[in-house]
Design a protein around this ligand. Structure first.
Ligand SMILES: Nc1ncnc2c1ncn2[C@@H]1O[C@H](COP(=O)(O)OP(=O)(O)OP(=O)(O)O)[C@@H](O)[C@H]1O
Ligand SMILES: [Mg+2]
Length: 251
């Protein structure tokens, strides 16, 4: 069974088809890249899958369960969490609190946990928060205000917030944007490590070296349509993909 399956997704904004009949999947444990020129529809596709933007038509299944039209927090509780292209952290809160807020939204919402009591729920949230901070190497900055972090550290905090929701599938929208080469290489190592721990990941990224070096499969969008879905090597040599990038300064 596929972890994530999306079928015939369509999203229109006025007369524009931002996503035009796009289908695809992510298998358990897979690391899939999503690429395409600016405005191709990458963020919109993520927004549709995670429930942040309603579909015009189509369906989304997670672990065989229909999550079409569900609210983002419901989808997050089912195991799908994400980061945003624009950072969404709270600058006046500590690194720890930024992360535990995310965990609070998903942990202990069921009847079982309610019966378990508030103390044990708080403990689980705290454990989950520390684990997420360790996974991205931010535990030593737990008490710092998010506002005092460097830009690169804030990117890791975004990822920690998503990890705190204990996802099965992590969706990252341009995690390396604005990072220098060294920081990008460190981030690539972090994503590889998370993948090695068994996490399934779907990643939008403009840095082609990063995408080509870590992804097992790459989905390519152009003008809202899927034009390729293949291995990095096949995508690199795909004529339609190269053509879609002509006239832009990527890849
Ligand atoms: N809320 C919206 N209202 C109207 N049009 C939108 C909206 N969101 C996205 N679009 C349009 O849909 C198209 C796809 O946008 P999207 O942000 O998904 O592209 P992208 O591939 O993520 O681009 P980038 O690489 O620049 O992040 C663009 O033409 C964009 O202007
Ligand atoms: Mg985008």
């Amino acid at each position: 069974m596929m972890l994530l399956e999306f079928n015939n997704l369509v999203r229109r904004f006025g007369g524009l088809s931002a996503i035009d009949n796009v289908s695809g999947h992510v298998a358990k444990g897979e690391l899939v890249g999503l690429i395409g020129p600016n405005g191709a529809g990458k963020t919109t596709l993520f927004n549709l899958i995670t429930g942040f933007v309603p579909l015009s038509s189509g369906s989304v299944h997670l672990n065989g369960r229909d999550i079409t039209g569900r609210a983002p927090h419901v989808i997050a509780r089912q195991g799908l969490s994400r980061t945003f292209q624009n950072l969404r952290i709270f600058p006046n809160m500590t690194v720890f609190d930024n992360t535990s807020v995310a965990a609070t939204g998903v942990i202990g919402q069921g009847l079982f946990e309610t019966l378990l009591g508030r103390r044990s729920r708080a403990k689980r949230i705290s454990e989950r928060t520390w684990q997420a901070l360790e996974q991205v190497g931010l535990q030593h900055l737990a008490d710092d205000l998010a506002a005092n972090l460097s830009y690169g550290q804030r990117k890791y905090l975004e990822i920690a917030r998503a990890l705190a929701m204990a996802p099965e599938l992590l969706i990252l929208d341009e995690p390396a944007a604005g990072l220098n080469d060294t920081e990008t290489a460190e981030l690539a190592a972090c994503i590889r490590r998370l993948h090695g721990e068994g996490l399934s990941i779907m990643l939008v990224e403009h840095d082609m070296n990063l995408v080509m070096s870590i992804c097992e499969r790459i989905i390519v969008l152009a003008s809202g349509k899927k034009i390729a879905d293949a291995s990095p090597l096949q995508v690199r040599g795909n004529a339609a993909v190269l053509e879609s990038y002509l006239g832009t300064d990527e890849p």
